[in-house]
Every structure is written in structure tokens, then in C-alpha cells.
Design a protein around this ligand. Sequence first.
Ligand SMILES: Cc1ncc(COP(=O)(O)O)c(C=O)c1O
Length: 276
Amino acid sequence: MMPEPNSYRPIISGATADDNAMACLELGLKMFDAQSRGAPAAILIEPIISAGGVIVPPQCFMEGLRTAADERGMLLIFDEAQTAFGRIGESFGAIYHGVVPDIMSVSKTLGGGLPLAATITSCAIEQDVHDKGFSFYTSHVSDPLPAHAGLAVLRTIANENLIERAREMGDYLRQQLETLQQRHEAIGDIRGAGLLIGVEIVKDRQTKVPHHQLGALTTELCFELGLSMNIRRRAERGAVWRIAPPLTVSHDEVDRAITILDQALSESVDKLARAS
Ligand SMILES: Cc1ncc(COP(=O)(O)O)c(C=O)c1O
């Protein structure tokens, strides 16, 4: 496992996002090389680390991974289960970062709700896999029903310009969250790409100590008020709302969500203050 390039919680305090990311890369590779028996297989990464707290690695980190993989004869694999097909305002995380992996895995968004996944690779790797007699089966391999759903998803994304829409609505949602941040000290960081946004909840912006209790209480209150929020709570990674609305989300829906979030945050802060 590599240290993640989290610019809000850098491993070198005061370092720029790029310097911090390159330090994470160097440390991770040193740890890896020290433990490797000399036959490494692959580097596997989500282009945006989603459930891990919506961490967007800088481009130099992803380029560094490509170089590191090439130098060691390893494959670079992008897990694009959450980042593919428009959510991040680009068709793929690979396009977002401008880095070409050897293998990409896609699922979730491809089936639009139906179970559908795919592995995308180069002709050379496919041929190698074939020559070595590798085969993979599941009951639904090449199932025409989810495959048609996948085609419909791809057509809809293209016909309704959903990639562009994710970019525009992501910008809008981010602006509204930034306005909310001006009123709530607890909103420590807002990050992400397109309609995959992370909001980190802290005790105060100076210390950046994660406020797990406030995150949990606000999430509960949001739900009662009609807004489903997904919070990631990990001691080492903070309390982070992972916000990923449908790509078709409207301005009115974003406004309503922000109003609920505003109310829920204020009431939760008051409630915790009264309890202490
Ligand atoms: C980044 C990532 N990779 C892989 C998976 C697993 O995908 P699937 O359930 O389609 O195998 C998930 C599911 O949550 C995911 O978020």
C-alpha cells in the first residue's frame, strides 16, 4: 500500500500539493522495493481515491506511477469503477490525468444500475493473456441484457452531454459548498472533480482535527430533512462527505441540498454545544 497524496493532510507539513505527492510516491516506492522479491506484477490505483475520502492525486503523482511501473516492468491498472463515464467531468480518470494505464476496470456506472463490468486493455496484453490460456468465467459473462443496458448508458451519456453537464453542475455545487463554508467553520476542505466531491468536517480549520461526531450527527439530521449524505469516517483520514449526485442533477436540487445541509450543520453544532 502506498501513502496517499492527500494535500489537505500532507505528510510533509507546509509542502505544496505536488511536493507532498512526490514525497508520498518516493516513500511508497522505497517501501515497495524493500519488500519486493523482484517479480512485481502491477500498480493498482483509483484515479480519484473515492471511498478513501475523495482524494485527487496531482497529475505528477499519476505520471510518476506510470514511470515507476515502466521502470519495474509492472502493469499500471486504473480502477475506474467510480470515475469512468463522466462523473468526474471527463470520460475517464485516465483522460483527466492524461496518463495511459495498461488495464482499466470499469463497472457500476457502465450498467446504469444493472450489474455490468468490463476490463479494458491493449491488444498486446489481451493476446498475451490468450496465449497463456487464461480464462475467466462468471454466470453472466457476455450476458446480452446488461450489455444492452451498457450500450444505452453510453448512448445517453453522449446524447445528453452528461460529461459536460457533470463538469458544469460540479462547478455549481462546489461554488455553493464554498459559500456554505464561509458560514461554517466545520467545513475544512472541499475537493474533488466534476460531480465527485469530498467535504471534510473538522473541529476548526486551524487544527484540522476531524469532527466525527458532528459529521455523524449532521448526516443523520440531513436524512431526516430529506437529504441522503454519505460520510466516510476513518480516524486517519478524517470525516468526509462523499457527494456524488446523479449526473442529471438540477440547479434546484443542488440548492435544496445546500439549504438542508446548512440547516443540519447549524442545528448539529448547536446541539453539540448544548450537550457539552
Ligand atoms: C473503486 C471501486 N472499485 C471496485 C468496486 C467493486 O466494484 P464491483 O462491485 O462492480 O465489483 C467498487 C465498489 O464499490 C469501487 O468503489
